[in-house]
Design a protein around this ligand. Structure first.
Ligand SMILES: Cc1ncc(COP(=O)(O)O)c(C=O)c1O
Length: 300
């Protein structure tokens, strides 16, 4: 029960989670017609909140929803929720659905208010010993749509793909579309080869959006480049996974997870195969330093 949020925000009110209710006609419930964000919080400081709100705006634009709140109003909700739900490492979950219509109809109609929901998730800080032990993953066919830049709550495909990983007794899956790496079920994918960091571009050559532009992805790229590590954003063939020196998966809640086994085989070559790599240690260390700085800073 400890991890349950206590006071949540719903359509203008702050109330205990048990009392927060929405209509069964809500389009988020009926169609998954809603978008969301997860913003990490260290101490009282939000990590890349502007970037998260920009991505929220992109999701809303893509599905023709109007942002129900401006950034000042969002900031006020975040600050109230953080005050009402104390903790160290936390994350803000927010969701905007197209609201409840009187009839079940796919067509979009104006003049129905959005449903706006937000809550605080308590996050257990990563135990470095556990994280550096690494994770095992499988590759699975990415059968999702071409609009993966929308952070939509329609996550049934991701649920199914994650289940494939669970059935295979591994932590996660790397998604492959037409022989190319896209992302994880809830994370972005990086490779290291010959001292260079590689990750797929956010927009595919066809113009299709085959992955979510992760905020952690961008931060990892920025931190690496600042430290003169070369990063290439380019298409990655599935076969490159098998000759990679290192593979990582990144997300706001997972940070940077080293992949040590892929489809049952150790990742990497030689003596270093099957253990978290040197580049991971370096970039993870830089990422933790960034977090420490944020935690001790006063700006939001
Ligand atoms: C499909 C998918 N890709 C990538 C990510 C990573 O995004 P972020 O780094 O912003 O958490 C997520 C996060 O939930 C995700 O669901």
């Amino acid at each position: 029960m400890n991890n349950l949020p206590n006071i949540v925000y719903l359509n203008g009110s702050y109330l205990p989670v048990e009392e927060a209710q929405i209509s069964v006609m809500d389009r988020g419930f009926l169609f998954g017609d809603s978008v969301y964000e997860v913003v990490p919080v260290f101490g009282n400081n939000l990590l890349r909140v502007d970037e998260h709100l920009t991505r929220l705006q992109n999701s809303l634009n893509r599905v023709s929803m109007v942002n129900p709140l401006n950034s000042k109003e969002w900031a006020e909700i975040f600050s109230q929720l953080l005050n009402k739900n104390q903790g160290e490492d936390r994350a803000i979950y927010l969701q905007v659905s197209r609201g409840a219509y009187p009839v079940r109809d796919l067509s979009i109609k104006e003049n129905y208010p959005a449903t706006v929901f937000a809550m605080i998730l308590q996050v257990t800080p990563p135990d470095m010993e556990v994280v550096s032990a690494g994770i095992s993953v499988i590759t699975v066919d990415d059968f999702r749509w071409h609009a993966c830049d929308i952070k939509s709550t329609s996550l049934i495909a991701n649920v199914m793909l994650k289940q494939q990983a669970r059935v295979a007794n591994v932590e996660d899956a790397i998604l492959i579309r037409k022989g190319m790496v896209t992302e994880g079920t809830a994370s972005n994918v990086f490779l290291v080869k010959d001292g260079i960091i590689l990750t797929p571009p956010t927009v595919h050559a066809t113009g299709n959006q085959l992955l979510l532009p992760g905020i952690t992805r961008d931060l990892v790229i920025e931190i690496a480049e600042k430290n003169t590590i070369v990063v290439q954003q380019r298409e990655i063939k599935e076969t490159e996974l098998y000759s990679a020196d290192e593979i990582w998966m990144t997300s706001s809640t997972r940070e940077i997870a080293p992949v040590i086994r892929l489809n049952g085989e150790a990742v990497g070559v030689g003596m270093d195969a099957g253990v978290a790599g040197e580049m991971w240690k370096r970039v993870m260390d830089l990422y933790q330093q960034h977090k420490l700085l944020l935690r001790s800073s006063n700006e939001q």
